[in-house]
Design a protein around this ligand. Structure first.
Ligand code: ARG
Ligand code: ZN
Length: 880
């Protein structure tokens, strides 16, 4: 293991591959202790490269045999180290035959070929294939794959790989084989195999052009009662891509396989998507509305990758957002279209904004800040980030806002016409969008190259004489690591103006009428927009629909915010006004807690919430969003110096006050939003459950015998998991007497459902009463398993990242725990360890008394002897 400073890789150092691979034939003799991989590669020199050597990546492999053009290579004919196999002076064309050995059961990294619950799976993105065999493991090398799998028939009755099954049979010795052929050229990161005891739900599905495709969802025994929603989501995804983008499934067979040990959400391997069980398994008994929504989104996401990712892939890993940003945008649009209503669309947009603020803005403001298309990395797995994914999706969305929905479709068509079958760059996507629409998107490129969240400051003035309203927008962007100063971005800035009656005023700019909504284009550091014929002094509705991922500064008065909160025709800004009202008060309360002053909440705010809560003309889902408070970490982001306990107490005070003051209204909404009849995860029902359970949560924040009895009643009679966890959460947060009984019962009822046990752990980890000692105790529970990422996320991450008031305990015990867990995880699974490491990113913002122990914990991890590059990069950057 290396202990020196790991190498940084730079985007500008890109060189084309020296050799291209036309065909790959892989043979696997699968054995958990010792798997033999035989590979036959037909290669030819790349005319675009000056390099004469064949360069193959390979890690943790034992090389058994190496032949080139039929001849075994002698030790002096190639060079090998712990990462690379190099054959200098290779001929124009070379057929390589390589035999290697790996030990899948030993592989706790869940990267490459590994064993989960006795079954074989692979994860090759980004650089896992090099843990399976020697190969030019880079996305710009695309080849046709044929795969022969051999394994014990009893133990591994199901043998799957990419593409089509072309042959299968018995080998006579208790083993069997299956041969798969993928008709499409692909990079190695899209390779997958599964050898397992599994069952599947399958059906044939008619594609738009009349072909039939076989769709399968594979799960472990006992889970076939949880595959319907994934299957339905897959069919919806296929239809949606046909209708919205004219993109068809290009295979006869499409498989989803669920695995319980998985580092991320899911993986778009060609024709053989491998999924974390969390994003496949659902029935009303075990899954919540949120779980259902996650399944729909991730099934869609991976399916959409078949075009945006697989047919057109990335030239190099710096271009990751080319496929991820675009595919997240596509899955967001899919989920919104599945709801189908304008109000549902707005709710999904609000959830996207919340995710950005909760996770991406902090990343952009911290030591790991990077552009959507990074310029450098040490470990690419550290760059599967909210910036690359979610901000990347915002960047794509802004293009659609600028060119319109139809223009965007034209751009997509041109993108595929130009680049189908290629490995390309983010710039190629932007160029296709620009060319298809005759638009200049040159300045827009800065969204890909500059890190940091831009701040847009708005100033307004109304001239009653001239009936003009002037909006001045100024933009700036704070420095980020390696980027001291930034040039102005191209920002689509949607606006409307509200009259005193709450209606939108007509907009005229430079003599051009814009209806009641305009998208301004901010290109300069400072720009003025003059609206004419404005009959009255308006209330501005700025950055409607969150038209750009920026921080908007405008000195709204309370009266203006209340006006927008009641009337804005843009639901996102209506919600936003409520968030601003709440945030202003939360910040005041936080200061009051710190100063030991009296805590108070004004009647006006409470009444605005009351009106919103009971406004039956609005969807329940929207009302739920409008009544959700900014999270503790969002409050922290507004502060120069963070005091997590003060924030927690302030927010708890607000929740308790809402629960007390709105008690009668909350009970009324609780009753009004029941969903009788069989459970359905549709958005309307989920929205009603959401509002009802938010009412329950507010009541639990102001515990009383009657409130607690309501939670107990719901827990005891819940007919679905959504209501059950909501009730359990309410009991835990109210510290109700019944809470511990309920937790015990919940565990007894669901101990054989791994995903529910995860919920059981995470609810406890995030509870206000759970301190480090309690988490350590939970880690001793027989169901805890540090090798299972879902379980670690449900307990260790849920505490370190989701329970700030306890994690940041004054005695530093949370930090010591964090350091210990990062170290323990790193020895097993660097990808998971490195994610946990990120929960200390923003240590410099905490009160001085916390900073010191945080720094110490970071330093302690940094000096670990066998640290992975993954963790080294994260803690190294945090300490810089
Ligand atoms: N491409 C997968 C997805 O969409 C993510 C896989 C990343 N895996 C990893 N180990 N870095 O979303
Ligand atoms: Zn993806």
């Amino acid at each position: 293991m290396r202990t020196d400073t790991p190498a940084t890789i730079y985007r500008q150092d890109y060189l084309p591959p020296s050799y291209l691979v036309d065909t790959v034939e892989l043979g696997f003799d699968l054995d958990p202790a010792r798997t033999i991989v035989a590979s036959r590669l037909t290669m030819r020199r790349n005319p675009d490269s000056a390099e004469r050597a064949i360069v193959l990546c390979g890690e943790n492999l034992e090389l058994v045999a190496l032949r080139m053009n039929g001849k075994t290579l002698g030790k002096r004919e190639y060079a090998i180290d712990d990462k690379t196999l190099r054959i200098p002076n290779a001929p124009e064309r070379a057929t390589l035959e390589i035999e290697t050995l790996t030990a899948p059961r030993q592989n706790t990294t869940l990267n490459g070929l590994y064993v989960s619950n006795g079954n074989f799976f692979t994860q090759c993105e980004a650089e896992g294939f090099r843990h399976i065999t020697y190969f030019p493991d880079r996305p710009d090398v695309m080849a046709k794959f044929t795969v022969m799998l051999r394994a014990d028939k009893q133990r591994y009755p199901v043998l799957l790989s990419n593409g089509n099954l072309i042959e299968e049979g018995d080998l006579g010795d208790g083993r069997h084989f299956a041969k798969w052929e993928d008709p499409f050229k692909k990079p190695s990161y899209l390779f997958a195999l599964v050898a397992a005891r599994l069952e599947c739900q399958e059906e044939t599905f008619a594609l738009a052009d009349g072909r039939e495709a076989l769709l399968q969802v594979w799960v472990e025994e006992g889970n076939l009662d949880k595959t319907n929603y994934a299957m339905q989501s897959l069919k919806n995804s296929i239809r949606w891509d046909e209708q919205r983008y004219g993109l068809e499934l290009d295979l006869d067979r499409f498989m989803i396989v669920a695995v319980g040990d998985f580092n991320m959400g899911a993986m778009e391997n060609k024709g053989l998507n491998i999924f974390n069980t969390k994003y496949v398994l659902a029935n009303p008994r075990v899954a919540t509305d949120t779980d259902y929504a996650g399944i729909e989104a991730v099934v869609g996401h991976e399916y959409f990758h078949n075009w945006t990712g697989n047919r057109v892939t990335c030239r190099d890993w710096f271009q990751l957002s080319l496929k991820e940003g675009l595919t997240v945008f596509r899955d967001q649009e899919f989920s919104a279209d599945m709801i189908g209503t304008d109000s549902g669309r707005a709710v999904s947009r609000i959830e996207q904004v919340r995710t950005l603020r909760q996770a991406q803005f902090p990343e952009d403001a911290g030591p790991m800040a990077h552009p959507v298309r990074p310029d450098s990395f040490v470990e690419i797995n550290n760059f599967y980030t909210v910036t690359v994914y979610e901000k990347g999706a915002e960047v794509v969305r802004m293009i659609q806002t600028l060119v319109g929905r139809e223009g965007f479709r034209k751009g997509m068509d041109l993108y595929f016409a130009r680049h189908d079958g290629q490995a390309v760059e983010c710039d190629d996507f932007r160029r296709a969008m620009a060319d298809a629409n005759g638009r200049d998107l040159a300045q827009f490129e800065l969204w890909y190259s500059q890190a940091g969240t831009p701040v847009v400051r708005a100033d307004t003035s109304y001239d009653a004489e001239a009936k003009t309203y002037t909006l001045t927008l100024s933009q700036s962007c704070p420095p980020t690591p390696g980027q001291q100063s930034k040039a102005p971005f191209h920002i689509p800035f949607a606006v409307g103006l509200l009259g005193a009656n709450g209606r939108d005023l007509p907009l005229t700019i430079d003599g051009v009428a814009h209806g009641t909504g305009a998208v301004l284009e901010l290109l300069e550091a400072r720009q003025r927009f003059v609206f004419t014929d404005v009959a009255e002094a308006p209330t501005p509705s700025l950055l409607r629909d969150f038209s750009a991922p920026v921080i908007l500064e405008y000195d709204y008065s309370d009266a203006e915010l209340l006006h927008l909160f009641s009337h804005d025709s843009d639901p996102v800004n209506r919600w936003e006004a409520g968030q601003r009202l709440a945030m202003a008060r939360l910040l005041k309360l936080t200061a009051a807690v710190a100063a030991g002053a009296k805590l108070e909440l004004d009647e006006t705010f409470i009444n605005a919430l009351r009106k919103m809560l009971s406004d039956a003309s609005l969807d329940a889902a929207f009302r739920e969003q409008a009544l959700l408070l900014p999270s503790e970490s969002m409050i922290a982001d507004q502060l120069e110096t963070v005091n997590p306990q003060a924030i927690h107490l302030a927010r708890q005070f607000m929740r308790r006050t809402i629960g007390t003051e709105l008690r009668a209204d909350l009970f009324a909404q609780y009753d009004a939003n029941q969903t009788p009849g069989p459970y359905s995860p549709d958005a309307g029902s989920a929205g009603r459950r959401g509002l009802k359970n938010l009412a329950l949560a507010y009541l639990a924040a102001a515990p009383s015998p009657a409130n607690n009895a309501l939670a107990k009643m719901q827990f005891d009679t819940a007919g679905n998991m959504t209501d059950r966890v909501a009730a359990l959460g309410a009991l835990i947060h109210a510290e109700a007497e019944y809470a511990s009984d309920a937790l015990a019962r919940f565990y007894d009822d669901f101990e054989h459902e791994a995903l529910v046990v995860d919920k059981w752990f995470s609810m406890q980890a995030a509870a206000p009463g759970t301190d480090v000692a309690a988490v350590r105790e939970l880690m001793l529970h027989p169901a805890f398993n540090i090798k299972n990422p879902n379980r670690v996320r449900s307990l260790v991450f849920a505490f370190c990242a989701g329970n700030p008031a306890q994690f940041h305990a004054a005695d530093g015990s949370g930090y010591a725990f964090w350091a210990e867990q990062v170290g323990a995880l790193d020895a097993l699974n660097p990808q998971v360890a490195s994610r946990l490491a990120r929960s200390m990113d923003r240590w410099r913002r905490y009160a001085p008394a916390l900073q010191l122990p945080m720094k110490k914990a970071l330093q302690q991890v940094a000096k670990g002897k066998k640290l992975s590059n993954d963790v080294r990069e994260v803690v190294g950057k945090a300490l810089t």
